[in-house]
Design a protein around this ligand. Structure first.
Ligand code: PA5
Length: 442
């Protein structure tokens, strides 16, 4: 089970301070459980893990098997919550040099999360002549970035593989009834999965949104779900025995004491996208009404040579949460060297991870000394089971923290502003007045 260490947020926040928040946390948990919080029509993620059946997982795995069998590459088209969870888990579980060592399944590529012409051009060029499939993911079914990528990929897939085969290798994951992605899937007869109405994008990694791409990549979705289920059981416990609630309460207390930025740090490069997923989860959920901790991230020790100075001595508005992997998958020892020109023989015979762990401990102590409170989350191994735990841990902590802050965790009204301007600038039908107004500003 994941372990949480909050002792190094003292003296700013003590264990007693956290315990004193018990009634407020209980109230927050009650509001989530009883559905009395703002945004209560989006609470489907709360007991999603324990509601997942073996039959549902078998259906996801069967579709994944078809894509693995028929395709050399599978493109996952989606943005925000419709891609980051899958990307994070796949990156965390994959070989760091996947694209060089190859794998026993299709290459998993991502699109629809940007509008970079070079990106899309290089992607479609790479796919030329290849047997490829597409998983088109959009809850609303109308997101521009995703729809644009899907338009290109659908055409190319049909041209290269024929309409009948394209029908077999294009899968839609979208709303049951609404949106262009649903209309297209029904008209073309694609295999489709439904994103439950009551599960928002950034809480959807344990629906087909995350599970199908992860299964296509060849990873164990049963274990991922089992990890989340086990963490869901922890979530009901009172604060003293509940690491999820303790994390939420600690970050809330730090925020109220002026720590407005949380830096999620990892010491394993494979966790980079877990931080990207985490940033969306927390950033989009709590950054509203002029409130919210700004979620940032660093990959360490890499970024100690770029951001380390700022963290150590910059403005004291930050705290740090470290995800530490206790046991790496591989074992590598530093060799001894007769000449010892680099002076590193004192490390000969030691595991690489021992040095990494000392770097982690040394950094933690240095940052604490520099006025950066430190939360540590330790996971036993970087496998599907522990990632499942971590996913539910953060989702639930986010839900609790947003109740403490007093914001609606489940909407994102601010995201509409850029879309409105973009559509006005592009002259989208229906935006005539906005087009006139925005052009007058240029
Ligand atoms: O968390 C969210 O709701 C958002 O980040 C969405 O996932 C993102 O905007 C993509 O939306 P959609 O799945 O409707 O294309």
């Amino acid at each position: 089970m994941i372990k949480l260490d909050i002792t190094k947020v003292a003296p700013m926040v003590s264990g007693a301070d956290v315990n004193a928040l018990e009634a407020r946390v209980a109230e927050a948990q009650k509001a989530l459980e009883e559905g009395t919080c703002p945004g209560n029509d989006f609470l489907g993620w709360l007991h999603l893990p324990t509601g997942i059946t073996p039959e549902f997982l078998a259906e996801v795995k069967a579709v994944a098997a078809t894509l693995r069998q028929e395709c050399e590459a599978v493109v996952v088209a989606g943005i925000g919550g419709s891609y980051l969870g899958a990307k994070a888990v796949i990156e965390a579980l994959s070989n760091s040099f996947q694209w060089l060592v190859g794998s026993n399944g299709p290459a998993i590529l991502f699109a629809g999360n940007n509008i970079g012409e070079d990106y899309l051009s290089e992607l479609t060029t790479y796919l030329k002549g290849k047997k490829f499939g597409v998983i088109n993911i959009s809850k609303s079914g109308t997101t521009t970035e995703t729809a644009l990528a899907f338009r290109l990929l659908k055409k190319q897939c049909e041209e290269q593989m024929g309409k009948d085969m394209a029908r077999k290798v294009i899968v839609a994951i979208t709303d049951a009834k609404r949106g262009a992605a649903r209309t297209c899937a029904d008209k073309e007869g694609y295999k489709s999965f439904i994103i439950p109405d009551n599960v928002g994008g950034r809480f959807s990694v344990l629906t087909p949104v995350g599970l199908l791409p992860i299964a296509v990549a060849g990873f164990d979705i049963d274990q991922l779900v089992k990890g989340a289920q086990d963490m869901e059981k922890v979530a009901a416990a009172p604060l003293a025995e509940n690491i999820i609630a303790q994390y939420a309460a600690t970050r809330y207390l730090l925020y109220t004491k002026g720590k407005k930025i949380e830096i999620l740090a990892n010491y394993q490069p494979k966790l980079h996208y877990i931080a990207e997923w985490w940033k969306q989860l927390f950033g989009e959920s709590e950054g509203k009404d002029g409130k919210g901790i700004y979620p940032a991230s660093v990959d360490l020790t890499t970024d100690l040579h770029s951001m380390g100075q700022w963290i150590q001595e910059g403005e004291r508005t930050i705290f740090e949460t470290v995800i530490s992997v206790e046991n790496p998958e591989h074992k590598l020892l530093f060799p001894s060297d007769d000449e010892n020109l680099d002076g590193l023989n004192f490390l000969a015979g030691k595991r690489v991870d021992e040095v990494n762990k000392m770097a982690e401990l040394g950094t933690q102590l240095a940052h604490v000394d520099g006025g950066v409170p430190n939360i540590r989350i330790a996971i036993e191994r970087l496998d599907a089971y522990h990632l499942g735990q971590l996913i539910y841990f953060f989702e639930r902590a986010c839900g609790i923290h947003c109740q403490l802050l007093g914001v609606n965790a489940f909407n994102q009204p601010g995201v509409e502003a850029y879309k409105k301007n973009m559509f006005a600038l592009l002259g989208k039908p229906g935006y005539e007045q906005e087009t006139l107004t925005i052009k007058a500003r240029l």
